[in-house]
Every structure is written in structure tokens, then in C-alpha cells.
Write a protein that binds this ligand. Sequence first.
Ligand code: GAL
Ligand code: ZN
Length: 676
Amino acid sequence: MKFGVCYYPEHWPESRWETDARMMREVGLSIVRIAEFAWSRIEPEERRFDWDWLDRAIETLADAGLQIVLGTPTAAPPAWLSLNYPDTLPVDEQGRRRNFGGRRHYCPNSLTFRTHTRRIVTAMAERYGQNPHVIGWQIDNEFGGGRTARCYCHECLGAFRVWLRHRYGALKALNEAWGTVFWSQEYHDWDQIPFPVGAGSSANPSHALDYFRFASDSFVHYQHFQISNLKSAISNQQFLTHNFMGLFFRDLDYFDLAAPLDFVSLDNYPTAGIDRVRGEMYGEEPAPKHYAYDVGDAALTAMELDLARGWKNKPFWIMEQQPGHVNWGTVNPGVRPGTVRLWTWHALAAGAETVMFFRWRAARFAQEQYHAGLLNHDASPNVGFFDLQKMVGERALMAQVTAEPVRAQVAMIFNYDDLWALQLQPHRSGFTYLRLAFTWYRALLALGISVDFRPLGAELSGYQMVLAPGLFLGSADLADKLCEYASTGGTLVLGVRSGFKTPSNLVTDEPLPGVFRDLAGVGVREWHALPTGRGYALESELSGLDGEATVWAEALTPGPSPEGRGEIEVLARYGAGPFAGEAALTVHKLRDGQVVYCGWHPTQRQAEAMIGELATRVGVEGAGQFPAGVLAFRRGRFTVVLNFTEVAQDVQVGEAKGNVPSRGVWVVENGEGHPF
Ligand code: GAL
Ligand code: ZN
């Protein structure tokens, strides 16, 4: 369990470095990330490198006992590069080339940019790849951030066509996979294929989905390019990571991006990202009011953290932890003592093994002047600094907690292709993949049940229950895999719109839920999107499953292929409306396991009733029930209780009782509470 900080020696007079380094050590930091935006200082002119300052910065930090994480500075190409090689600049959907003056102004497919990338990355690797103080590398910075994941330049178009050739082999196959006969879109030459933008109508969704996939692959390949250049010169003791973003970002397949890295790092900003996604994530349900005003939305943060653990299914780092207020939300609330500590414990409880704060000292100039650091602009300590001082005293306990693996009995399948396909054609406004997943996730959180997010191909046999709320694009392979899981004793829960589409984003020609209908044991006779304020009454013996089916409802009937179908139990029915009397929630016994089909977009309360019932049936244990706004995580003999509300809360864990202060943390070990 280590703490670190992001530092920009190039922003401060050199005479200050030693003081900063000493103060970092004194406050318990042991790692510093540097250089990820310092290209213009490292290579001020093409091929002229200035290493002296960076050598001295590393030496000064290392002399104070700090370990270094070096960023490759490719997120911030210098002016000479962008201006002399304008083909490296990305192009937006409207065909406008971006200007120099911000960051992330490069196209991942630009061959010219690859040349410059190779030079800077290799030079850094050669210089510091064997430096014992450099423990690892962060590749680039937040790929895709600031709406830069999808470029529409000439080189991308060529690369897209090559990518399509690989995927489809023949144009005939592409034309079929996209249904281009519609509106005379058929292609007779690969060079006729355009970008899926700018046509004046919405794009063909199959074309657009492939572009999203291609754009994601472009950054995955660009990252590979950096990795292979780094690996030619660095020691195998040095790790490779990249800093991933939170739930507001969904343009890259983070499972793919994570695959070649040693571990994932997350940039954890609980108060800012939520402004962007809260409306979407709660939809018509009221967003909770019980969180303290400066903590963010704990459920959203929790999902981000669990996703971060899921991208590689292992402990991760927080590369940037919000240290106080930020500058990029809508209100950017001031942060009170205790909140940074609460966030840090939350990250640790969810599987972070190192937490780095962003940034050491607030910047006096340029775009992020209003962003807090551990130190204020005048170098006086800020709120995060004081919290850190407190946490240093807790480090031994933190280390014990993080030594216990997070063990989840439940997995949730998370898949970017489904997310993108629904984003392209939600059919009903407010229907998003993340909102659906988040509703089910909040139910788990309320029940205190830990969950691992897993990608489509993952091994599932170790999980007692697998939740798959959004398997929109079905394939026979996937159906077989899930059948294997469920028939050998697993419990699989499917959600609405399952199997509606093929992987190339065409509607299935099979009865719904398409390739999953033998699994589900039921068919979808009819589906309705429902306007806000309208719902179909539900009837169920289970408490909590009453109320109405809103947003989206499907009438479930016994499946179309009775052979091999096991017994079907109906847990909820429609009580009124056009689907009156028809099934809404079914359980299909499938040899040693079962497949549940939830035929509407549940509210959190309904999802809780459904998942709670299933968890009890299959023996999944939660950490218990806690007051609203209090989250609890089990790690081996520890339970970490986090109070995100404005008031102290009475909490009981086993025999231990505690009154956890507002924004306080309570660790219970084997039934004994540690001090708050
Ligand atoms: C991150 C980024 C940092 C800094 C920070 C501010 O997204 O990686 O460089 O901009 O946000 O909160
Ligand atoms: Zn491009």
C-alpha cells in the first residue's frame, strides 16, 4: 500500500524541487509521476534533446527517497511538431483539423506521428530504462480524453478500409453484414467506403459500429506501438501502465486497452465526472439526495472502481486521485477535511493497491489554474495534504486490508460493442447500456454484494451468479458459452433486448431473444418502449417486485423451441395493460443451473428485489444492509464501512456497533471495530 503524487518539475523553479521532494517524503509519499506532458522541454526542437533538467529532477526526487513513474509525453506534442507536420493533427467529425494549443492533438493512425512517437519514446527508454529509481512507465495520458478517441482524417479513412478488409475479406460480405442494399449504399470498391458521418442523415448503424470498433483498435494498436518501443530498452523490472478514465468515458474498449499492460490505473475524480453522467445514469429515477455535497455520487464512484478492477481482473492503481476541488465539473464544490481520505479508503476497499494524488501543487498558469493540489498555489498545505497526514498513520491497517483479495461471487458482463450499439440506436431516449448496468449494479451495492465486471470471453465458472443486463448483440458462440455456464450449475440473469441484434448490428431473423431463446426458455412475444410517466403494472409474490414496468417492457411467452426446455417459473407477471397476464420475469431450469430473463428495465428497487431473491436462493452473501449513503466492502476478515452522508450513521457489522461520522471510515476486523 503506497501513496504517490503527480508532479510537474517543469512548472516550478528548480530551486524549489528539493523542498518539494523533502515535503513529499515527510507527508508519506513514496512515488512521483512526472514528465507525461513535458515533450516541449525534453525535445525543444526536432531531434535536439535536453535531458539535463529531467536528469536533475529525477535525481533530486530520488535523493529524497522517492520512486519515479515516467510518463511518455505523447499526449502533448510540441508546437514544432504540430506546425511542421500538420498531418499529425486529428480531424473532427465536421472535417476540421484541430489546432495546436491544448492536448491530445494527434491522430493515432498518423504515420508521421508514429515516427515522432518512436523517437521520443525510444530516447526516453534508452535514457531511463535502466535507471533504478524509475519503477515504471505510464504510456501517454488518458487515450481518447477530450473527445479525441475518433479521428476523421485521411489516414484514418485509409486505415479503416484496411481494417474492414481484414474483418470481412470480401466486399460482398461487408455489404451483407451492413445491409448496404438499403438506400443504395452498396459498395463496389473498398475506396468507396466513407466515414459514417456527414451524410445528412444518421449513419448506417452497422457502418458506425465498425467505425467505433476501428477507432478503439487504433488506440490499442498505437499503445502497442509505444509498448514495443519501450520494451526494446527498458528493464523488465519496470512496469507499464496507462491511466484510464471514469464512467463519462466510453469510446475505447478498456478491456482491450488493458490487456497488454501490467496493471490498470484509474484517474479517480468523484465530484467532476458525475456531473456529466448523473442525469443519464438515474434516468427517470430520482438521483439520491443522501450524499454529502462534496463527496460525489458514491454509487457511481463504486462502479468506476469495480470496473477498473475488472479491466484486468486484478488490483489496480489510482494514478490520479482528486486531492480537493477540481476545475472541470459544473460547480466544483470545495472539499472538506475527511473527504479525500474517504475517497482513498473507498479506492483501497475496491482493489486499488497504490493511490497517487493529482497534483502536488496547484498550477498558477494555463488551463488548470482552478484545480486543487495537495499544496495550494502559494505552497501552503491544502485539505488533501492534511487528510494524507492522517492516512499515513493508518497505512499499516490499509496494507492489511489490501492484502486480502476482493472475492466476488457475482460477475456482471460488461461489453463495449453492446454499449456502442445501443448508443447508436437507443430506440427510446434515455435507454443506455450504462444506465441499465448501473441500475443492476446499484441493486448489488444496496445488498452489499461484491461484483466483478467481466468481458464477454471471460471464464465464468467460478461465479455463483452472472448478471448480463445488456447482451444486445448475440452470437451462437456466446450462447454456447453461457449455456455451458448455466447448465453446469450457474445462475445467469439476462435483461431486456437480449439477442436482438447480430454482431454486425443487424436485427436477428430468429424469434427473440434470438440466439439466447433456448437458454432463456422463453420468447419475447412483443416489446414496447414506454414514455416517461407510463408503465405496465407488475404482479409478483416477491416484495419489491410490484409497481410498474417502465422504460421498456417485453411480454414473455414459453419459448418457441420446447425440446430441451426445462421447467419455467414465473416470478412476475404483467397485471394490466396490453401484456396483462403475460410473464415479465422468468426462471428457466437448465440442467444443474438456471437462466433468468428480466423482461423490463427495472428500477433499482425492483432490481434489488430480483437479485436479492436470486442471491438468497443460490447462497450469495452480501456484507449486510446499511443506511442509504453508507457503503460496505468485505475483504477477508475486514469490512470497510464508508459513510458518504452528511450526518453520523449508526452501523452494525456482526456484533460490532459503531456511530460512523459523516464522511468517516470504519474498519471492522473479525467483528471488532477499529477507531474511526
Ligand atoms: C485528468 C488528466 C490530468 C488532469 C486532471 C485534472 O483527466 O489526466 O492531466 O488534467 O484530469 O483533473
Ligand atoms: Zn486520423
